[in-house]
Ligand binder design. Structure first.
Ligand code: TXA
Ligand code: MG
Length: 350
């Protein structure tokens, strides 16, 4: 029995390696979300990522590595801050954006001088990278702008048989990695995640490293962070905890004209009466909520009701909730909340 499992794992890995070697793409499990991977040294594979995902070329990819030594080959300004962060958080949900080396093809970074690198926490994926002997560029394995996949079944529902997926368990973190720009000792969060500024501060303080936070993120430095992203194809409405379903429905009917008809070429289903709704309910524990988030959002979208709503409770606060809200805001078509009532991520002052 055990032998069978081991040999099945081996043959899955061999199959994935073959596809990658021939310049194809494979689905890879990671602890955050599943990725759609190609070898860095196969231009055909890299191009295929964009065509399979229908992803625009201005959105850079994250390079997945299986060691610090491999990461160092792909960047030119690895420093002691990076060493301390990798020691604390790798393998894990933290991507470091650094100056890219010549080993990184243009298409991976959308023409930027920087590249994002991370070591994912999934045994089959780490083994795949080790055997490939080269970094794997991989975005999340969903069609562009749509809900990220946290299981192999989700990837199959996006691409069907067209993409072979290396099997593994569901993603335990559930939302994408924290993307951190490291410029010497100046740090900028380009995308929030479960590796929080507080955790980063703590890890660096332990090593006696002084850093400062840059709070201003410019669009050029952080492409791919547009307003609508991670969208289900029926409208998602955000509201506060006290609003009743009938009041939410009345609001949606009144504001229906604000809901876009199409996002990135995908139709958003809009009906006139918005009679049926499904509530997206998440645990109040942010780590559990992050894990459940994309799966529950998919289920809600599959309910084929007229709209989905999510009620923001006052106890949903703190840095990890801020990372979940970053996705919720991008997935939402409509919100009854004033922009100021959003939880914003306050970076701790050094
Ligand atoms: O957890 C994750 O990060 C997952 C798994 C598969 O590793 N990957 C992921 O990739 O979320 P993707 O392509 O969906 O998001 C990558 C985002 C880009 O949209 C961009 O915001 C940021 O990472 N990024 C990548 N390279 C960058 C760079 N050189 N400079 C700034 N931002 C970058
Ligand atoms: Mg994505």
């Amino acid at each position: 029995m055990l032998n069978n499992i081991a040999s099945e794992k081996q043959s899955n890995l061999r199959h994935a390696l073959e596809i990658l070697d021939l310049g194809g793409v494979v689905g890879i499990p990671t602890e955050t979300v599943y990725g759609l991977a190609a070898r860095l040294d196969r231009p055909e594979g890299l191009k295929q990522i964009f065509s399979v995902k229908q992803r625009p070329f201005f959105d850079p990819l994250i390079v997945h590595v299986n060691s610090i030594a491999m990461a160092q080959k792909y960047v030119t300004d690895w420093n002691e801050v990076c060493t301390a962060l990798a020691a604390e958080f790798w393998p894990g949900p933290l991507s470091l954006v650094l100056e890219k080396s010549e080993a990184i093809p243009e298409i991976v970074t959308a023409g930027l001088n920087t590249v994002a690198v991370r070591m994912p926490r999934s045994e089959p994926t780490l083994e795949l990278i080790r055997q490939a002997g080269v970094g794997l560029a991989a975005p999340s394995a969903n069609r562009f702008g749509k809900t990220s996949p946290t299981s192999s079944a989700h990837v199959a529902s996006e691409f069907g048989d067209a993409v072979f997926v290396v099997p593994d368990c569901k993603s335990e973190i559930g939302i994408e990695s924290t993307v951190l720009r490291v410029r010497g000792s100046i740090l900028t969060i380009l995308r929030p995640g479960v590796v929080t500024p507080t955790a980063i501060n703590k890890a660096l303080a332990k090593k006696g490293l002084q850093i400062s936070w840059n709070h201003v993120v410019d669009q050029v430095e952080s492409p791919g962070q547009m307003k609508h992203h991670y969208m289900p194809d029926i409208p998602l409405v955000l509201t506060d905890a006290l609003t009743s379903p009938p009041d939410i429905r009345a609001y949606v009917v009144e504001h229906a004209h604000e809901i876009p008809d199409q996002i990135y070429g995908v139709n958003v289903a809009k009906v006139s009466d918005f009679a049926t709704a499904k509530e997206l309910i998440l645990s109040h524990d942010p780590l559990i909520a992050a894990r459940e988030f994309y799966g529950k959002l998919r289920e809600a979208a599959e309910s084929r009701t007229d709209f989905i709503f999510f009620r923001v409770h006052p106890d949903m606060e703190g840095e990890i909730w801020a990372a979940i809200f970053d996705r919720l805001k991008k997935a939402a078509s409509l919100s009854t909340l004033s922009p100021r009532s959003w939880l914003t991520m306050d970076l701790p002052k050094q």
